[in-house]
Design a protein around this ligand. Structure first.
Ligand code: MN
Length: 363
C-alpha cells in the first residue's frame, strides 16, 4: 500500500497530546516509509505535555513537527494515523489530504467507520508499538542492530509498549513477544533515563506534609496535609500510594481540605480491610443516605463538605477542627487512636509533674 505512493511525501499525524505509544509507533512508521522511498514527517497539533514524554523525544532526538496552522500540511497529499482511529479535531485538515493508513489498538466506540486504504485495528493488544514491532520483525524494515537508528526505534517501541501496558501488567503474550524483539536492539541506558518517574512539585509538597504529620497506629497510618489547591487534589492519593510502601503498615489514609470539603484517600494492601466498609464505618452517610466515601478492593476516597465552616477565615483554627473531626471518626475503626491519645496525655502529665517536682527541688 505504502509502496504505491513511493516518492511522495507523507505526514504521520498524531492525535491529542503525543504519548510514548504514539511516538514509538510513529517512529517505526516513519522507518517503514523511508525504506519504501517515502519521505515521512511526524507531526502533532497539541504539545507533548508530559515531562517523561518530552524526555523521550529529546533523548532519542526524535524530529517532530508542531503544526500551528493547517497550511503547513499543504505540502502533503497523504497522511497516516498511528495509535488512533480518529483525526485531530482541534485543526481543520486540508480537504485534499488523504488518509492512507490507520494502525491502532483502541476499541472503537461508535463514530464513522475508518475510511483508509490500509487499516489494522487490534483492540486485543496492549500497545500500537507491539503491532509495529511485529511489522519490523516480520520483514518490513527489520531491525538489524547495525545502524544507530535501529536502537532509537527499538527503544521508542519498547518504551511505548511498557507505558501503554502499565509496565507490562496488562501486556498480552503478543505484547511480550513484541517487547522481547525490541529489547534485543534497544539502548538500555536511554530506556532507563526516559523511564525515570517524575513527580510534580505540588505532589512532592503534599507528600512532605503527609510524611511530617504521619501518625502510625500499629499497622494503620494517617496524615493530614492541610489545604490543597483543587488542581493538586491527586497529590493526596499519590501521597497515600507512597506511604503504603512503608513496610510496617498495611493501610493508610491521607486527607486535606480541598476548596469547601475534606478530601481524602485510603490505600490498603491488607486482605481484611475493605476500603468502602472502612470509610462508611468511619464517616457514615450524609442526610440523603449517600456514603461520604467509597472504594474498591485496595483503594477508596471520601469527601465531606465543610458547609459554612469553609468560609472561616482563620484557617489555622479550621484545620484544627478538621483534624479533630477526622481523628474522632477514625477512632470508630481504629480504637487504638484514642488509646494512643490517652498515652500521650499521660506522658504529658508525667512530664509536667516531673518538671514541677524538679522546680520544687530547685527552690
Ligand atoms: Mn496506545
Amino acid at each position: 500500500m505504502l509502496g504505491s505512493i513511493a516518492g511522495q511525501p507523507l505526514v504521520i499525524l498524531l492525535t491529542g497530546h503525543p504519548d510514548p505509544d504514539a511516538i514509538g509507533g510513529a517512529l517505526a512508521h516513519q522507518r517503514i516509509c523511508e525504506s519504501l522511498g517515502i519521505p515521512a514527517t511526524i507531526a502533532h497539533v497539541l504539545p507533548v505535555s508530559h515531562r517523561e514524554n518530552r524526555a523521550l523525544v529529546k533523548l532519542l532526538n526524535i524530529e517532530m513537527h508542531h503544526i500551528a496552522n493547517p497550511a503547513e500540511l499543504s505540502a502533503y497529499k497523504y497522511f497516516s494515523l498511528v495509535d488512533t482511529s480518529s483525526v485531530e479535531t482541534s485543526i481543520d485538515l486540508p480537504a485534499d489530504l488523504k488518509l492512507l493508513t490507520v494502525v491502532d489498538h483502541h476499541t472503537r466506540v461508535g463514530g464513522p467507520k475508518v475510511d483508509a486504504a490500509f487499516v489494522d485495528l487490534r483492540p486485543q493488544l496492549g500497545a500500537t508499538c507491539s503491532i509495529y514491532a511485529e511489522y519490523l520483525q516480520q520483514g518490513l524494515a527489520p531491525l538489524t542492530g547495525e545502524r544507530r537508528e535501529d536502537a532509537r526505534v527499538a527503544t521508542a517501541l519498547l518504551f511505548g509498549i511498557q507505558t501503554d501496558t502499565d509496565d507490562f501488567a496488562n501486556a498480552t503474550p503478543a505484547d511480550f513477544a513484541a517487547a522481547s524483539y525490541a529489547k534485543a536492539f534497544c539502548d538500555a541506558d536511554i530506556l532507563k533515563r526516559v523511564g525515570r518517574r517524575t513527580v510534580s512539585a505540588a505532589a512532592m509538597n503534599v507528600l512532605g506534609q503527609a510524611l511530617s504529620n504521619l501518625r502510625v497506629i500499629r499497622d494503620f497510618a494517617f496524615a493530614g496535609v492541610g489545604f490543597v489547591p483543587l488542581g493538586d487534589r491527586d497529590a493526596i492519593g499519590s501521597a497515600a500510594d507512597y506511604i503504603l510502601m512503608r513496610e510496617d503498615i498495611d493501610t493508610v489514609l491521607v486527607y486535606g481540605v480541598v476548596e469547601d470539603r475534606v478530601d481524602g484517600s485510603l490505600r490498603t494492601n491488607s486482605p481484611s480491610v475493605d476500603p468502602a466498609v472502612f470509610l462508611q464505618t468511619a464517616f457514615g452517610r450524609d442526610r440523603d443516605g449517600k456514603p461520604y466515601g467509597g472504594g474498591r478492593a485496595d483503594k477508596g476516597g471520601f469527601q465531606i463538605p465543610l458547609g459554612l465552616l469553609a468560609e472561616c477565615e482563620d484557617t489555622d483554627r479550621l484545620w484544627i477542627l478538621v483534624t479533630e473531626m477526622i481523628e474522632s471518626r477514625l477512632e470508630r475503626v481504629v480504637p487504638d487512636i484514642e488509646r494512643e491519645r490517652e498515652r500521650e496525655r499521660d506522658r504529658d502529665r508525667d512530664h509536667d509533674r516531673d518538671r514541677r517536682d524538679r522546680r520544687r527541688a530547685d527552690d
